[in-house]
Design a binder for this molecule. Sequence first.
Ligand SMILES: Nc1ncnc2c1ncn2[C@@H]1O[C@H](COP(=O)(O)OP(=O)(O)OP(=O)(O)O)[C@@H](O)[C@H]1O
Length: 684
Amino acid sequence: MASYFPLAALQQIFSPGTSDDAPALNATHPMNTTTSATAGQTAFPVDASSFIAFAYSFSALRDWLKLIVIGGLFEWLFESCRRLVTRLYDKVVGLFFIRASFEETDASYLWILVWLSRQPSWSKTRDMQITTRAYGGNSPAVDLDGEEQRANEFFETSRKISYLPSVSLTYSLWYKRRWMTITRVQQQSGMRGEKENTLYINILTRDHDILKQLLQEARRYYMAGQQHNMCVYVSDSTNRWNHVACRAKRSMNSIVLDPGIKDILLEDARDFLRSKPWYAERGIPFRRGYLLYGAPGSGKTSMIHCMAGELGLDVYIVSLSRTGLDDASLSELVNALPERCIALMEDIDAAFTHGVSRGGLPGSGQEEEPSKTSASQAGPPGPTTSKLSLSGLLNALDGVGAQEGRILFATTNKYTALDPALCRPGRMDLHVEFKNASKYQARELFKRFYLPTPSSEAIGAEEKEERVDSGYEADSIQAAASETSEDVEQDNEKKVVTSDSSAPDVPSFTGQTHIAHGPKLSRARIARLAAQFSDAIPERECSMASLQGYLMTYKTRPVEAALEVAAWVEEEREKRQLRDREEKAKEAKAKDVEEAKGEGESDDRAAAPPMVATSAPALARCSCQRVPTCATCGGAKVETISLALPSPVSSPVSPIPEPLPQSSKPADVMADLAMPSVERATDS
Ligand SMILES: Nc1ncnc2c1ncn2[C@@H]1O[C@H](COP(=O)(O)OP(=O)(O)OP(=O)(O)O)[C@@H](O)[C@H]1O
């Protein structure tokens, strides 16, 4: 019995003297013939064949081996049968069913989830997975009664809850009198073992129309819910587009631009989307590019958001500074864009100056000499970590593989930093400048901010009866200004009355929040205040974002906002001047350091013998006689050292941008539209 245990068997092998079987084993041991010198002791086999013979001489091991072989055979037989049955099942299913699979990364996955959530039988399912994962505005979310309102009232976070089919469970339901099953399968994929979900649908039919109808219905449900939303996609490290969020569409009215700009952009994009046959007939690639450039915070991104909503397109954000993005992956990403969408490249200049190398990849043979109008002139380039080259970017934009039907939006704050090749027609067809706020924009922004709601308008109407109001006129600013102090008093009175009477201890911030707590002003009154406000705003000096920020601090106090804006403008101006001075000082310092470095390098090249005392070797490399605050030597002023340095070598990169030559700027301004800030790009 003991011999059936491997331990005992091993004891037999290695300690023959301690076992009764030992002499017998030794007698049959093939090695004994070769190790007769040590008779009575077991020698360990030295080669493989003798080891096998040695091992086989033990009956216990023989039995173990038999067991292993028989077990393996059974396992193989069982697995083969299982595969056969599965294959047969698949064949039978294939004969009578239509099978479809939906990957989580694909938009159709969400369509099916939304469709499923609308099925009456689904709401009665008794085994499901609960998720709070955001699927956007049109998620298959379950409404928990009053959740939204509670979140508003008590500032609770409201995460929507959705039901998902449980993993590896098969659900069955009826669709158009056909039996169908839905299964969600989760698999690990990728290097990091990310979980990937796939939905499998089997419909008991051979009619493909049923599947088409299901897909159409699912898409319709989805699109219906998306009417007020636009979805945003970003690429992941594996170069796939991932749906990240759905945002409520932003109304075009919320953007205040100079008259005409919004219409030009919107009409141009609409016209483009309608004219696919026109492009096809003329053999012109069906693509359109818009370059929105200008002051920061002037509404470029907001405008794109609005346009995506108006045109009903999803936004695909192409992040050029993404780690690991190279020419091939950018091209792959652009090729994978859907036919009708907005591709957005934000701050294209930043990616260009800091990330994208001008030439090809090192060693690719595509390296270029920096041109005069290169992006590098916009400032010293940062560390070039991206593997993306300009030619790669250009090819992705209009190469043969570039997607047809897409609208490209690129934004930049440094128009002159862009390479002309990037701005040429075909890549960027329409260039629109966004400037700092004009008086008109300031006035309109103010009006939109304090626009009375219907309820406050009713109060305004009562007010109107009490006092005849002349309404807004351009020349009534003076009158408005004289009225404002009166307004403040009246408003203060109103506030006191409100707080004395029925004002609750904790304000109930539902719906009409700010307007409910602010003074009730008529439209005409707000227009007058807006005029006063815009009068104090200097033309094209403040950004729209800063004006919005200012008004946010006066959410419920329009009168004060109009009164105090002049002081704020002064404050802002001083801050800006201070910032400018600091920036200039920084630039000068950087220039000095560059020059000092240049001199140091020339010094090295000239191999001039050091003319310094050995006690201060570090100072020998500085041109400190010319630069009293040299960064190289920590700002020390050196008077005793005199170096015969050659004239400084100019830095290869000028930190101060040179303006783009006029000829290289997109010309053909749309004179007929009298919009100097909107340009149609033309080939020079
Ligand atoms: N013309 C405008 N009308 C209404 N709001 C504006 C306008 N411009 C900017 N804003 C507001 O300012 C904020 C910043 O705007 P946005 O991000 O669109 O500016 P941007 O030009 O894209 O800035 P940047 O160049 O820095 O990216 C937003 O909240 C937006 O609502």
